[in-house]
Ligand binder design. Structure first.
Ligand code: PLP
Length: 406
């Protein structure tokens, strides 16, 4: 049986929504479908003012740019994440400070305070695999008098907030719950990804969810970020296209990162049935993995629910007890030779050429290395059958047995 690592959901609903864009609205760039998608995200997360953009990376960059993050500033991220979490800050000239993680792959709040300096302008924890970070612990540090005392404000918004901006990397976690609520209620800004492999996809895309303290006007900020995402232009092409709407102004030095309607159409078809259909299907797959793998003493499984927290089941990260990185690689080779697509999320940044050349060393992040070395990501996507899940688990055991560990 062949089990691909990933297959995007392109069903009749997606085709109909894209068709509607091509044949009825005939509007390809940012327009009515993007706004509808923003409203569906707002409904799903129970939050107002979500701005869609063309990727997580550009959305996070926009959030940091709005806060005035630049050269000489520091941005704290976990050592265990995809490189985009770092690059959004590095591309603004800021220095990335990596902090080690805890056993659930998320930023370790106990290591946070010691890394916050008078240059720290933002903190980007990551909901790895769809499992929410410990936002209560992170917030209690970020909002503490000690951290406020260290914070050096350099512009109006920084003065108003008076502390580092908390932006979550929620590229994986749309649909997850934190303290019984959908994500996006804890950080100041939550950035989503609608990249092709994500729970909901637009092909490429991202969303910025606003949740700043009450003295920030979220509606006003949505408008400001929208303009900033459009080269600083006061109107979208769609708005300019309305009768008498041609005149515009450029009021900021913005980015050009708006989401096109043709992309929003794909995500719109998926989000409409996400809560009732697509997410429950993912939960079933996740549970089946946990049920199957609980039979094996070598399997370190992943939690799906704990109190008010629930994963969005974006990635299934299994770990294999007691094996080395080399043995893990041998297992992956065995699985791919037997047509089971697996992956590793992630090769720690401190092991990648760019970051090594900048002086980051994996030895500084021992938990990150420990988790990475024996981690394998198993297939999980809508339309993956339970029969395929069972097969993946049987093959994973065979791959383990092939190591000849007694
Ligand atoms: C944890 C994490 N953060 C950020 C990103 C970047 O998302 P995008 O491709 O939408 O920029 C990804 C994408 O894979 C990711 O996995």
């Amino acid at each position: 049986m062949k089990v691909p690592f990933f297959k995007p959901l392109i069903d009749d609903d997606v085709i109909a929504e894209v068709n509607d864009t091509l044949t009825r609205t005939t509007w390809l760039t940012t327009g009515p479908k993007v706004r509808l998608l923003e409203q569906e995200i707002e409904k799903l997360l129970g939050i107002a003012n979500v701005l869609c953009v063309n990727s997580w990376t550009s959305g996070a960059m926009l959030a940091l740019k709005w806060y005035g993050v630049g050269p000489d500033d520091e941005v704290i991220i976990p050592a265990y994440t995809y490189s985009a979490t770092a690059l959004c800050a590095m591309n603004l000239g800021a220095k990335v400070v990596m902090v080690d993680v805890k056993d659930d792959f998320t930023l370790d709040p106990e290591k946070l305070l010691e890394n916050i300096t008078n240059k720290t302008k933002a903190i980007i924890p990551v909901d790895i695999g769809g499992w929410p970070c410990d936002y209560d612990a992170i917030k209690s540090i970020v909002q503490s008098e000690e951290v406020k005392g260290r914070f050096v404000a350099e512009n109006e918004v920084q003065t108003k907030l008076g502390r580092p901006l908390l932006v979550s990397d929620s590229a994986h976690s749309i649909g997850a719950l934190y303290n019984g609520k959908p994500i996006a209620h804890a950080p100041d800004m939550t950035v989503l990804s609608f990249h092709s492999v994500k729970n909901i996809t637009a092909g490429e895309g991202g969303g910025i969810c606003l949740n700043l303290p009450a003295d920030f006007d979220s509606q006003e900020l949505y408008q400001e970020l929208k303009v900033l995402s459009l080269n600083g232009q006061t109107k979208t092409a769609y708005e300019k296209n309305k009768v008498g709407g041609w005149r515009y102004d450029i009021i900021y030095q913005g980015l050009k990162i708006n989401m096109p309607d043709i992309c929003a159409a794909i995500a719109l078809a998926q989000i409409k049935k996400y809560k009732e259909e697509l997410l429950p299907e993912r939960l079933k797959i996740f549970d089946r993995y946990n049920q199957n793998l609980s039979k094996y003493e070598w399997a370190i499984m992943q939690g799906v629910e704990d109190g008010g927290n629930r994963s969005s089941c974006h990635l299934y990260l299994v770990r294999i007890k007691g094996i080395t990185e080399d043995q893990r690689d041998q297992m992956i080779q065995y699985l791919s030779e037997n047509q089971v697509g697996v992956n590793v999320h992630y090769i720690p940044m401190a092991m990648l050429k760019l970051f090594k050349s900048m002086g980051y060393k994996i030895e500084d992040y021992p938990k990150t290395y420990e988790l990475y070395a024996n981690q394998i990501t198993l297939p999980i996507y809508n339309n993956l059958t339970l029969e395929q899940v069972d097969h993946v688990c049987v093959m994973l055991d065979k791959a383990y047995q092939s190591l000849g560990i007694s």
